[in-house]
Design a protein around this ligand. Structure first.
Ligand SMILES: Cc1cc2nc3c(=O)[nH]c(=O)nc-3n(C[C@H](O)[C@H](O)[C@H](O)COP(=O)(O)OP(=O)(O)OC[C@H]3O[C@@H](n4cnc5c(N)ncnc54)[C@H](O)[C@@H]3O)c2cc1C
Length: 468
């Protein structure tokens, strides 16, 4: 759809609501709203609308709904499943200007923030009150709280605080017809009917546009100890992860990087990991494995982590422990830069899956063969949030090209066969629409569609996302 395809009267009405500077139609300017972070998903849009608050969002949605214009809500555009960009000529509703952090409610340990507040800004704001946001992830500088709720983002602290849905104690959103629903009192106990915050968490912009979120905050845990642990096999790493979860009460993060992903990120950083050895040029997904285990508490947790690491000595090749922030950051770099290193190497297919604990090692060992059966030239790269059973299977084709489409289906079928989830945290987006049936029954999908029809009868909100 070109800009000209939108009725000029609609553009005038939107301009009246948000101001001329915030209705964008020049393709050079709208281009960055139309391609995703991975560069795998690119479309075009006739219009980007940038409201400043809930009232403007509601008024803009009212105009768009009356004109029956489909809309993609967009936050930081760091989503990895093609759900945040207009792939079928939709208008984009950019929520970035809803960037107000309200005063922290220290009595309740809660804060209400605009949907466009970045995670990093919310973290800084909470920390000033001695509190922290329960979800953390590497895209923190760009990912927005609204987008994180819409995807039910996970990240590195889920094993301690749960995913984004667990942080939401109140929500305000605009429905497809422009109606505002607001429930922000943040009462910890509030059984007065359906929980719209919970419903919108993970809805990927298909049921409503989130405008404000009341977040549950947690005590800051300023004292940290971080260990990089090297293993010969995925099986040892999985066994060690389970042991650390059982024995370290202050465990804050438990991440994994497997062989070929470690080789890539080390080359990207220009530094070898301080422990373990890389099988250089390895095209195996697994083999050697590394865990990053971080303990966090109000008092120094290094003894607790050190004792637990001693207890798993028979599983380990070696361990490096860091306490001060720069040294800890050097260890974290091997995990936090994996996504970026892969993106620098090409355009991967990103398959983000969870396995039951009992099948995790089997999956890590078996998935490379599954990938190669579908595309013999493809290279699987494995890393993820092992403490949650969450493995990111990224697959690159030769020379960094995309691998064959068949790879996605083969890997996701393998996951389903082992009793896992085809989407641990990134969502379904447009990337996994064809596989949702692997995890959801016909009855569940019918219930999903009924909910969608009830809240968005015209199918205007992200119509090509999540629901087949
Ligand atoms: C380097 C990197 C690391 C990452 N690490 C993790 C990780 O560890 N864990 C994890 O879960 N994810 C991770 N992600 C994915 C991504 O950061 C999350 O999905 C994040 O929640 C997306 O937030 P966003 O504001 O960028 O949303 P967008 O990408 O803009 O949108 C994502 C989805 O939410 C919808 N949406 C956005 N804003 C709203 C709103 N206000 N109301 C309604 N719907 C909305 C969109 O329509 C789209 O469907 C990572 C991404 C990158 C690039």
């Amino acid at each position: 759809m070109s800009a000209g395809a939108i009725d000029p009267a609609v553009v005038d009405e939107l301009t009246e609501i948000v101001g001329q500077a915030h209705v964008l139609s020049d393709p050079e300017i709208t281009a960055s709203y139309s391609i995703d972070w991975t560069r795998r998903f690119a479309g075009s849009t006739p219009l980007v609308v940038r409201p400043a608050d809930t009232a403007e969002t509601a008024a803009a949605m009212g105009v768009l709904a009356a004109a029956r214009i489909a809309v993609v809500p967009q936050g930081g555009n760091t989503g990895l499943v093609g759900g945040s960009v207009p792939l079928a000529g939709e208008a984009v509703l950019s929520m970035r200007r809803l960037d107000v952090c309200e005063a922290v409610d220290e009595l309740a340990s809660q804060v209400t923030v605009g949907a466009g507040v970045t995670l990093a800004d919310a973290q800084i704001h909470a920390a000033a009150a001695g509190l922290s946001v329960g979800v953390d992830l590497a895209a923190r500088e760009s990912a927005t709280i609204g987008g994180m709720v819409a995807t039910n983002a996970g990240g590195i602290n889920v094993l301690r605080y749960g995913a984004m849905r667990a942080q939401v104690v109140g929500i305000e959103a605009v429905l497809a017809d422009g109606m505002i629903v607001s429930h922000l009192a943040g009462l910890e106990k509030d059984n007065t009917g359906y929980d719209l915050g919970s419903l919108l968490a993970g809805s990927e912009g298909t049921l409503g546009v989130i405008t404000r979120v009341r977040l549950r905050l947690h005590p800051l845990q300023p004292e940290r100890a971080t260990a990089l642990l090297a293993f010969e096999t995925a099986q040892d790493a999985v066994a060690a992860a389970a042991a650390l979860r059982r024995s370290v009460g202050s465990l804050h993060a438990l991440e994994a990087v497997f062989d070929s992903a470690m080789a890539l990120v080390s080359a990207h950083l220009g530094v070898d990991p301080p422990v373990g050895s890389l099988s250089s040029g390895s095209r195996n997904a697994s083999g050697a494995a590394w865990l990053i285990a971080e303990a966090a508490a109000r008092t120094d947790p290094s003894d607790e982590l050190g004792t637990a690491v001693d207890e798993i000595a028979d599983l380990l090749i070696d361990a490096a422990v860091a306490l001060d922030p720069p040294a800890r950051q050097r260890l974290w770099a091997f995990r936090e830069n994996v996504t970026e290193a892969i993106s620098a190497a090409g355009i991967p297919h990103k398959l983000d899956v969870t396995l039951p604990a009992a099948r995790l090692a089997e999956f890590v060992d078996g998935v490379a063969d599954v990938v190669r059966m579908a595309d013999s030239d493809a290279q699987p790269l494995l890393f993820g949030h092992l403490g949650d059973g969450n493995v990111h299977v990224n697959v690159l084709g030769p020379g960094g090209a995309e691998p064959a489409e068949e790879v996605d289906d083969a890997v996701l079928r393998y996951v389903a066969e082992l009793g896992g989830s085809i989407s641990a945290e990134h969502g379904i987006g447009t990337a996994k629409l064809g596989q949702l049936h692997l995890n959801r029954t016909e009855a569940e999908l019918a219930a999903f569609s009924a909910i969608k029809r009830a809240l968005d009868p015209e199918g205007l909100l992200n119509p090509h996302v999540l629901l087949p």
